[in-house]
Design a protein around this ligand. Structure first.
Ligand code: SAM
Ligand code: SF4
Length: 358
């Protein structure tokens, strides 16, 4: 079990782990999570908050009600979950949200997770607004790769998509991340028809000029939004590729990350352009991931409601850290084979992306 740290602002307390014995530890280190379709699950996305300083039109409603404090996991609980994920066979964890970098004392959690035995990689997805403040610290914690979301390079359009975001703050954050020396920085852009589809080439050129990667994500029908019609605004990866190919030749690349993106390279550039296509190219056969929401719900699939309540195990004083690990292992029995998204129907998944942990 994990001992809750003495909590102090700006202090990184030490953490103590107690395992039953060395044999248990050795067994835990070699664990593998395999689902009933034979897929090895070694990647988890852990949401550290449902809150955000932006209100992106495809992710949230303008007037959001966030979860009450009692329902969200504390930093110590998040650390226990990270530890149990690793003990059950997860090797890579991506922290996400909401906006992970606005959670109080987030650097304590990041540093503590980065020290867990058996974790091969810790990464982060952020909207970039706080990177000027945190980029160097994140790099020092051993984070080698980060994803930064940006959908427009025009201040007024950026504001209209994020509703509250300031473009310059994010551009400064991207530069801070480049200065901090991450091994890999990837921009994420969600493209909506008649909104920012005219910026696809500018975004690729921006990534090329900064010598970083970019991935375009098809909008997913998560949460019931009224701001736009998802069917009318849908831009497929194929459409985006043909816009780009008119001016820049995309060559299929062997690049692979933990995620489902398909990558292309550009001539005379280190930049890779990725496409994440949950609608047009189903990638479920290669699924290697699970997600944990900030309420401690272990989601077995982004597009299905199959889930397991880890918070109740965590908060049950009769149950040990080993029980938490076992619950994660047992969840493999209900991981669905694939997702089905239909833009013409009302969304079957009522949770917004910020609660899901994107
Ligand atoms: N706040 C951080 C950020 O924006 O990068 C992390 C959380 S956000 C939910 C993670 C990613 O999910 C972002 O790249 C965002 O663009 C994407 N996203 C949010 N809602 C989406 C949706 N409905 N469809 C597709 N991608 C979405
Ligand atoms: Fe916030 Fe990220 Fe959702 Fe935008 S996509 S509202 S930045 S959580």
């Amino acid at each position: 079990m994990i001992c809750a740290p003495e909590f102090q602002l700006n202090a990184i307390p030490s953490i103590t782990f107690y395992y039953a014995d060395k044999t248990t530890t050795a067994k835990i280190m070699s664990a593998k999570l395999i689902d009933t379709f034979g897929r090895e699950i070694d990647y988890a996305r852990l949401s550290v908050t449902d809150r955000c300083d932006f209100r992106c039109v495809y992710c949230m409603a303008e007037d959001m009600t966030f979860l009450p404090k009692a329902e969200i996991l504390s930093l110590e609980e998040l650390l226990s979950i990270a530890s149990a994920l690793i003990d059950s066979g997860i090797k890579k964890i991506r922290l996400t949200g909401g906006e992970p970098l606005i959670r109080n004392n987030i650097m304590w959690l990041i540093e503590a997770i980065s020290k867990l035995d058996g974790l091969e990689e810790l990464t982060l997805t952020t909207n970039g607004s706080q990177l000027r403040k945190y980029a160097t610290q994140l790099r020092r914690c051993g984070i080698k790769r980060i994803n930064i979301s940006i959908d427009s390079l025009q201040a007024d359009k950026f504001k209209s998509i994020t509703r509250t975001g300031q473009l310059q703050q994010v551009l400064d954050g991207i530069d801070a991340a480049i200065d901090a020396g991450f091994e890999s920085i990837k921009l994420n852009s969600v493209i909506l028809k008649n909104r920012n589809d005219d910026e696809v080439l500018s975004l690729v050129n921006f990534a090329r000029q900064k010598n970083i990667d970019i991935a375009f994500i098809e909008e997913m029908p998560l949460g019931d939004i009224v701001e736009h019609n998802r069917l009318l605004s849908f831009c497929s990866s194929d459409e985006l590729r043909s816009i780009i190919n008119k001016e820049i030749t995309l060559t299929p690349s062997h690049k692979k990350t933990n995620g489902p993106a398909t990558y292309y390279s550009l001539a005379n550039s280190n930049t890779h352009v990725g496409f994440i296509s949950p609608h047009s190219h189903n990638f479920c056969a290669e699924c290697n991931r699970i997600r944990v929401t900030i309420e401690g719900r272990l989601l077995l699939c982004l597009g299905n409601e199959h889930s397991v309540d880890l918070r109740s195990v965590l908060r049950d004083s009769e149950k040990s850290q080993a029980a938490l690990t076992q619950t994660i292992k047992d969840s493999m029995k209900i991981k669905p084979e694939r997702h089905y998204f239909d833009l013409e129907e009302k969304p079957q998944i009522v949770r917004f992306m910020n609660t899901t942990g994107g």
